[in-house]
Write a protein that binds this ligand. Structure first.
Ligand code: F1X
Ligand code: MN
Length: 450
């Protein structure tokens, strides 16, 4: 059992209270750096704002920068968190969440950056960045993280082409595939989507002169870094709902993908989704993205559409073919993109049923929900100080809208569902195993099928 366990068997939230912890270093170093970069980006776009909006654009740029500099100062000096002032549809809910955090803390101290749960304050920072933009028309549609996202897409072109070619090859022989071959391809594309979450893109052959043009080639050498691999359960879940079709099931087979990052990772998710549909493993895919720019690289509706348009426009046969295919899935309603304010709120997912019952009900319609990335894992497990051998099911604390699977490379120090001794062994071999992005999990929760 983890140190610091509190009542009802639920361990405390990770927080910067613990000096030197990953949460502490993130808030002390990483978050101010992200704010500085956002400020620089706005400043670099000054001329563009002037060309588009004249003096008004320049004034908005100055105002937004001033709000972000103030925010950076609040973080660095551990000021109390402030209520949001922008009066948007989620403002009230954020302010109520702050009250909730305050009541948990008691009257002795105020909710602040280094004292409150890391998950909460980190999410809050991204909402405050957005407030600084939204409060400043006419630049209120500006995405401060857009440049990084598009750059990540362009830098991984080689890997994207290789992946689309691989998908095209599978699809040419799809009719003749045995069950075994099908499951092999499924596992490969699931793992490509998993490693797509490794934000340094080292899986991609994006580097110059690389012989390994395909991310598929790296999979074997990465295999031993997958600490929990429940992909067989995911495969069985997809196949069992296929068998049930037409009998007990009211709705068509549906897989939901709760997206994480734009750039190469999004392409790996689209390729996986294409395979699920073209192989008949799923009939519909619902993608879930963010309502506004979030955690630097997360997918918004704009990023989603942009990525598909870019793929269509590529000067590469298989890549553009994939892009056109994806566009037609969307226009035929086989694929759909959804966003919901809950994905850009700070709640642990165990709160979803009570705090976003409509979203919970939507997920309940899926046969399988894939959660991409580290932040989703933190929210699944509540970003708490769980022992490594605690069951994934225990850490989910009742969040089970449908069979679900987390595809995550480890970038934060929460990891459950390991074998006894596994965490200790890793800590000796590689002390930063939980945060260096080298390791990953494919972790499933749902009915156990044979
Ligand atoms: O969810 P993702 O994109 O895989 O990762 C998000 C992330 O970069 O942000 C946090 C640190 O700032 C960590 O949860 C994680 O490292
Ligand atoms: Mn992300």
């Amino acid at each position: 059992m983890a140190a610091g366990q509190i009542g009802h068997g639920v361990p405390p939230s990770l927080s910067a209270k613990v000096t030197g912890s990953f949460a502490y270093l993130t808030i002390r170093d990483r978050m101010p750096t992200i704010l500085t970069k956002a400020i620089d980006t706005i400043h670099r776009n000054k001329n563009k704002f002037f060309e588009e909006y004249g003096e008004e654009g320049i004034n908005a740029e100055k105002q937004a920068i001033s709000l972000l500099s103030k925010l950076r100062n609040e973080v660095q000096t551990d000021k109390p968190l402030l209520e949001l002032m922008d009066g948007l549809s989620d403002t009230e809910s954020w302010n109520q969440y702050m009250q909730r955090q305050q009541s948990q803390l008691g009257d002795q101290e105020l909710v602040s950056w280094f004292k409150s749960p890391w998950l909460y304050v980190e999410c809050y920072m991204y909402r405050r960045i957005q407030e600084a933009i939204w409060l400043n028309p006419p630049i209120n549609n500006f995405d401060v993280f857009n440049e990084g996202k598009t750059q990540s897409f362009f830098e991984s072109q080689q890997a994207v082409m290789a992946l689309c070619t691989y998908l095209g090859d599978i699809q040419k022989s799809m009719e003749k595939l045995s069950e075994n071959q099908m499951s092999e391809y499924f596992n490969k594309l699931l793992q490509v989507s998993l490693w797509g979450n490794k934000c340094d893109l080292s899986i991609s052959a994006g580097q110059e002169n690389s012989q390994k043009a395909s991310p598929i080639d790296s999979l074997n050498s990465l295999q031993s870094f997958i600490l929990v691999n429940d992909s067989n359960m995911v495969w069985l879940t997809l196949n069992s709902s296929r068998r049930l079709q037409g009998s007990r099931k009211k709705t068509a087979d549906r897989v939901d993908i709760v997206l994480d990052n734009a750039g190469f990772e999004l392409v790996t998710d689209l390729v996986l989704a294409d395979f699920l549909v073209s192989s008949g493993l799923a009939r519909h895919i619902h993608f879930h993205g963010k309502c506004f720019p979030w955690f630097v690289s997360d997918v918004t509706a704009n990023d989603f559409q942009w990525t598909i348009r870019q793929t269509m426009a590529a000067n590469h046969k298989w890549m553009s073919k994939s892009g056109y295919q994806w566009q037609s899935y969307l226009s035929e309603g086989i694929w759909s993109y959804h966003d919901h304010p809950f994905w850009t709120q700070p709640h642990e997912f165990c709160d979803m049923a009570a705090d976003a019952p409509d979203l919970y009900a939507t997920l309940q319609e899926a046969d399988l929900v894939l959660f991409k990335g580290d932040l989703n894992y933190r929210k699944l497990t509540g970003d708490r100080d769980w022992g490594h051998t605690v069951d994934f099911c225990t850490a989910l604390r009742g969040f089970e809208p449908a069979p679900l699977c987390s595809l995550r490379t480890l970038k934060a120090n929460v990891q459950v569902g390991l074998q006894p001794g596994q965490g200790e062994k890793l800590s000796t071999q590689d002390p930063s195993w939980m945060t260096n992005g080298k390791y990953a999990v494919i972790q499933f929760h749902g009915p156990k099928l044979e």
